[in-house]
Design a protein around this ligand. Structure first.
Ligand code: DGL
Length: 266
C-alpha cells in the first residue's frame, strides 16, 4: 500500500489546458492544498483516439503524478474518465476522482424534456456514458453533439475567433431547434467557451458542467481517507505543459494564487 501524507499534492491531469477549469474549482474549495497539474497538450485531443490509446496516455500521466508523490489523482478529463478510470483504479492504489457529463441534474430539472450535450467523440461513444444516460435520462431526449475542432481551437488560444463562433453556431442550432433548456458541457475545455455559447443560446437555457461537483467529491474523498492538508497556508501549484505554455498563461492570467506554469517533457 502506498503511504500518502496529508501534505502531499493533489495530482490533476487532462489532455491539455481544459482541465484547469476543474482545477480552479478544486483550489477554490481547498485553498490550503498543494497541487500538480499536467496538461498533456502534446497529445490533445484525446477525444478522437482509441480507448487503448487513451488508457496508455492516462497511465503515463498517472505515473508521473505518483512519482511526484500525489496523494490523490483527479482525472480532469471526461474522455479519460469515461475510457480509462476503471483501468487506473484497478492498477494503482491511490484514490481517483473522475469527471463525467452532468446528465443526472439536467435530466432531473429539464422542463422541455430535451437536454443538449456537447462532448468529445470518445466520451459520447463510451460505455460509461451509455450507462449513465440509460440510468438517469431514459425518459429525456438527449441531443448529442460531438464538438469536433473545439479543443484544438482552445488549445491554440483561439477562443474568440470567427472559426470558433461558426463551429458553435453549427453545433448549437440543432439543439435549439429541439428546444433544449439545459446544455451539458461534457468536456473540461468547454467552460472556457461559456461567454461565446451564451451569445448564441437563448437566456432560458441553463449551461452546466461538473467542475464544482468534482471539487466537492475530491474534498469528501480526502476527508474520508484522512488526507486533507493540515496547515492553513495557501497551497503552491505547479502546472506543467508538454507544449508551449502561452494558452495556459492566458487562461489563468487573473488567478491570484501561488503558481508556477512551466514547460516539461512527459
Ligand atoms: N478535456 C477533455 C475532456 O474533458 C478532452 C478533450 C480532448 O482532448 O479531446 O473530454
Amino acid at each position: 500500500m502506498r503511504m500518502s501524507s496529508n501534505n502531499n499534492p493533489i495530482g490533476v491531469f487532462d489532455s491539455g489546458v481544459g482541465g484547469t477549469s476543474v482545477w480552479q474549482e478544486i483550489i477554490k474549495l481547498l485553498p490550503f492544498e498543494n497541487t500538480i497539474y499536467l496538461a498533456d497538450s502534446k497529445n490533445a485531443p484525446y477525444g478522437i483516439k482509441s480507448q487503448e490509446e487513451i488508457i496508455a496516455l492516462s497511465i503515463k500521466n498517472t505515473e508521473l503524478l505518483l512519482e511526484k508523490g500525489c496523494k490523490i489523482i483527479v482525472v480532469a478529463c471526461n474522455t479519460a474518465t469515461t475510457n480509462a478510470i476503471a483501468h487506473l483504479r484497478s492498477h494503482y492504489d491511490v484514490p481517483f476522482i473522475g469527471i463525467e457529463p452532468a446528465i443526472k441534474p439536467a435530466a432531473l430539472h429539464t422542463k422541455t424534456n430535451a437536454v443538449g450535450i456537447l462532448a468529445t467523440k470518445g466520451t459520447l461513444s463510451s460505455e460509461l456514458f451509455a450507462k449513465t444516460s440509460a440510468t438517469f435520462a431514459k425518459d429525456v431526449q438527449i441531443v448529442e453533439q460531438v464538438g469536433t475542432g473545439l479543443v484544438e481551437l482552445i488549445e491554440a488560444n483561439q477562443l474568440d475567433t470567427n472559426e470558433m463562433h461558426q463551429l458553435l453556431e453549427q453545433y448549437l442550432h440543432p439543439m435549439m431547434e429541439k428546444h433544449i433548456d439545459y446544455l451539458i458541457l461534457g468536456c473540461t475545455h468547454y467552460p472556457y467557451l461559456i461567454p461565446q455559447i451564451q451569445e448564441i443560446l437563448p437566456k432560458k437555457v441553463t449551461i452546466i458542467d461538473s467542475g464544482e461537483a468534482v471539487a466537492r467529491q475530491t474534498k469528501n474523498i480526502l476527508d474520508q481517507n484522512n488526507l486533507l492538508h493540515t496547515s492553513n497556508q495557501s497551497g503552491l501549484h505547479l502546472i506543467y505543459s508538454n507544449t508551449d505554455v502561452t494558452t495556459l498563461k492566458h487562461l489563468l492570467k487573473d488567478l491570484k494564487v501561488k503558481m508556477e506554469i512551466k514547460k516539461k517533457d512527459f
